[in-house]
Design a protein around this ligand. Structure first.
Ligand code: PEP
Length: 246
């Protein structure tokens, strides 16, 4: 069974003062029985990486460009994330797909760029409410998975995050059976395509995970941890989720 992962996505939240939350996490979880990842805005990446240096907390970016450098105003590259101390990068988050028109092919290219820089790609997939209500969840997620993850994925270079778009930041969560059905299907497809490596690729659930619902979600088959937005901003809340993974 893969080691569990609690990943926090700070999105466009956090300034220097917010690093007190990292200090609190470091104090509370010096030897957590799961992996912990924090993905702050790019402006905080190197400062957060310095704070967690030598600890078991990893940091990562929230997106990267496909190119290593060049005339791409406002973007950052995978190499820059790595140089700033990041070890992971979230790719294909539904907010990137919606706000920036990112499609599966672009996410796959970014994933390859992330691997090239030595980063672990956290590739996000998930259906909209319309797609779920139309009974298309499995097809949509399978299509995103096939299109967004290039050949060469391994347990060491890739994490999948299943995040129903309608559950992100809404307080709504699929039933445990619904989560299990999607995670089992993702696992089967990863194993089919990547063999033993696919058996070990971690599959996170994301969408309104809180301390109060984390334990029951983590008990679902093939849920290897969580990608957490809002509840990752405060050490107490994120700590409650980490606690459910011990
Ligand atoms: C996310 O944005 O990846 C997410 C899961 O957000 P939240 O936990 O706030 O629903």
């Amino acid at each position: 069974m893969p080691r569990k992962l609690a990943a926090g996505n700070w999105k466009m939240n956090g300034i220097g003062a917010s690093l007190v939350e990292v200090e609190a996490l470091l104090a509370a979880w010096p030897n957590a029985g799961c992996d912990i990842l924090l993905c702050p805005p790019a402006t905080l990446l190197s400062r957060m990486a310095e704070r967690v240096s030598g600890s078991s907390i990893a940091v990562g970016g929230q997106d990267c460009h496909v190119a290593a450098s060049g005339a791409h105003t406002g973007d950052i590259s995978a190499d820059m994330i790595a140089e700033a101390g990041g070890s992971h990068v979230i790719l294909g988050h539904s907010e990137r797909r919606a706000d920036h028109g990112e499609d599966d092919a672009l996410v796959a290219a970014k994933t390859a760029a992330a691997w090239g820089a030595g980063l672990i790609a956290v590739v996000c997939v998930g259906e909209t409410l319309d797609e779920r209500e139309a009974g298309r969840t499995i097809d949509v997620v399978a299509g995103q998975l096939a299109g967004s993850v290039p050949d060469g994925a391994t347990a060491a270079n890739t994490v999948i995050a299943y995040e129903p778009v309608w559950a992100i930041g809404t307080g709504k969560v699929p039933t445990l059976d619904e989560i299990g059905a999607v995670h089992d299907d993702i696992r089967a497809r990863l194993s089919d395509r990547f063999g033993a490596e696919g058996d070990g690729i971690r599959i996170l659930y994301g969408g309104s995970v809180k301390p109060s619902n984390a334990a029951e979600i983590f008990a679902v088959s093939n849920v290897d941890g969580a990608l957490v937005g809002g509840a990752s901003l405060k050490a107490d809340d994120f700590g409650g989720i980490i606690s459910a993974l011990q």
